[in-house]
Design a protein around this ligand. Structure first.
Ligand code: GAP
Length: 568
């Protein structure tokens, strides 16, 4: 991320908090990594996005129905889908700080590696030597003798017949025994330009953590490396070998916490659709191709939640499983990719800010015949917003096999039974909200009260998704007829849209406050509205458009219709 992009991202995060879009979850207790709460404006934005998705994906189509599955499902679902065995990321831990990283997200680094064969506590070594040869004062000698005596008796107890005693002795010995040397190799990557002493300091900290009180590193040698991912990018410490880490949150259903009650918080909404396929098919009496849509929470114990809400541990998905005949699969994959691009255009994310990545064969799930990732240029880089995947008949086949229940479709025309194939456009609500905010964020110049130009922060949301659609202002708050008229307009508009009434501060300030949260329209009730200057203007208001800041005079009776046509 360039310096300007990172500044832009900082401004966006700060605006989100300041104006009530997104807060850190449990903030007053220091937060919880990867979890976020949506404030009064964030929740409106999110709702508008979900409602628009539902409108175009379900209500405006004859071939899609909706459902709302539970978050907890029978564990058998996750066994059959493959999530229990394979829904994992490779992770590595820093040997010094124990910080965990996703192995595939470590940026390759080059530099010099300092390898150490181990370390010695030279002070303790000297003391032991002096003790052995009697060259030590009386007090120190007694202290060491007592220490060796304790270690010896604990060591004897590690051979005791009783297992509890053996265990206690081992633990205690580990606590009090002071090792003199450790023959454990360790290495540190020294980035270009840094002195070797900094790598030695890291190694000393490592051997201190391993129990040496005053380590002096030994057996040092250097090696030049290129593009290695074996070292912690933050401190150069060696990382563990990659291990797989299942991303599902485990929980127990019912009062007993044993293997029989284990299940998981769902990591995707899709599986509820697959396991209810037959029920939905029977009640909706749809013919192929048809889809089942769902919006709901998903949970993943991400190793490295990051980039604000982009990678969270709790998030929402908007998923469609579109069932079809096998021969239609590839064509429908293209169709849904285009539909989804159109969707983003219609919420204010232009196609030229999106990128379609054709996921290469070797990176696709083995059962998928084709997958597109729709990516967006976030300030922190190009990242996935949505996946459009041709999942073939994999999921339904797996559940049919595991449950023993038929999930076949009977084709009345050909009188054949088969398991339908599926195309899945799967979008993240939170990622799309973040993309909408990033896309909308802009700064321009606008005159202040005295006509002096100042920087204006504007969220240029598409009116369709903007949290507040229209703000209504009486020009002055202490003029009762202006206030009464403005409140009347609020009542007039409320059945049609979310309206915000604001009477405090100079009118220019009130406009700025609304620009900053992306309210596309502002209505001002002034003395002309009351007909005081020109009767022809009675019952008209100024309608201000956020982006151009242009104002037009509009009759109050036409206001609702004009606004509805511009926001729908
Ligand atoms: N059913 C398919 C599926 O879940 P996915 O690519 O793992 O596929 C689909 O997820 C979408 O869900 C992603 O494109 C992204 O928008 C969203 N998503 C996935 N993991 C996320 C996370 N940790 N935080 C926020 N959104 C996430």
């Amino acid at each position: 991320m360039s310096a300007t992009d990172s500044q832009r991202m900082e401004k966006i995060v700060s605006l989100c908090k300041r104006r009530g879009f997104i807060f850190q979850s449990s903030e007053i207790y220091g937060g919880l990594n990867g979890l976020w709460d949506y404030g009064p404006l964030g929740v409106e934005l999110k709702r508008n996005l979900k409602n628009y998705w539902w409108r175009v994906m379900v209500h405006e189509r004859d071939d899609v129905v909706g459902m709302d599955g539970s978050i907890l499902m029978n564990r058998a679902v996750w066994k059959a889908s493959g999530h229990e065995d394979t829904f994992s990321d490779p992770m590595v831990d820093c040997l010094l700080t124990q910080r965990r990283f996703r192995a595939d997200q470590i940026e390759p680094q080059s530099g010099t590696v300092l390898h150490f064969a181990g370390a010695v506590d030279e002070k303790l070594l000297r003391e032991t030597f002096d003790y052995t040869f009697g060259d030590i004062d009386e007090l120190k000698r007694r202290e060491l003798e007592e220490h060796y005596r304790q270690c010896k008796s604990l060591d004897d107890l590690t051979k005791h017949p009783n297992a509890d005693v053996r265990e206690f002795a081992k633990t205690r010995l580990g606590q009090i025994a002071r090792p003199i040397r450790l023959d454990e190799p360790f290495s540190v990557l020294l980035p270009k330009g840094k002195p070797p002493e900094s790598a030695r300091k890291i190694a000393i900290q490592y051997y201190q953590q391993r129990g040496l009180a005053n380590p002096t590193v030994s057996g040092e040698r250097t090696e030049k490396v290129e593009n290695t991912t074996r070292y912690n990018p933050e401190n150069g410490s060696l990382l563990t070998e990659p291990r797989s880490f299942n991303l599902m949150f485990k929980t127990y259903v019912g009062a007993t916490e044993d293997e029989s009650s284990v299940t998981y918080l769902r990591p995707e909404t899709a599986q509820a659709i697959f396991v209810q396929f037959k029920n939905v098919l029977d009640v909706s009496r749809k013919k192929l191709p048809f889809g089942i849509a769902q919006i709901g929470k998903a949970f993943r114990n991400e190793i490295n939640p990051r980039n604000f809400t982009f990678r969270s541990r709790e998030f929402e998905q908007m998923e469609l499983e579109y069932f079809c005949r096998p021969e239609e699969g590839m064509k429908l994959l293209e169709y849904w990719k285009e539909e989804r691009l159109r969707f983003y255009e219609n919420i204010g994310i232009p196609t030229n800010h999106l990128h379609v990545l054709t996921v290469p064969d070797e990176e696709r799930a083995f059962y998928s015949k084709g997958t597109y990732d729709i990516e967006y240029d976030f300030p922190f880089g190009r990242q996935e917003l949505e996946g459009v995947a041709y999942r073939t008949d994999y999921d339904l086949s797996q559940h049919q096999k595991a449950s023993g229940k038929s999930l076949e479709y009977f084709d009345e025309e050909t009188k054949q039974k088969f398991i339908p194939h599926v195309i899945e456009p799967s979008a993240g609500v939170d990622r799309t909200v973040l993309a909408l905010i990033c896309e909308a964020y802009s700064e321009d110049e606008a005159p202040d009260e005295k006509g002096k130009m100042e920087t204006r922060t504007v969220l240029r949301f598409h009116p369709r998704v903007a949290p507040v659609k229209c703000a209504v202002f009486p020009l002055l708050k202490n003029k009762e007829p202006l206030v009464a008229k403005a409140k009347e307009i609020v009542r007039l508009l409320r059945p049609h849209m979310f309206v915000f009434y604001d009477e405090s501060g100079a009118i220019g300030r009130r406009y700025r406050r609304q620009d900053e949260v992306g309210t596309p329209f502002g209505v001002t009730v002034d003395f002309e509205t009351l007909g005081e200057k020109d009767v022809a203007l009675k019952d008209t208001v100024t309608l201000r458009e956020r982006d151009s800041m242009k104002q037009e005079r509009v009759a109050i009776k036409d206001l609702a219709a004009i606004l509805v046509s511009r926001i729908s």
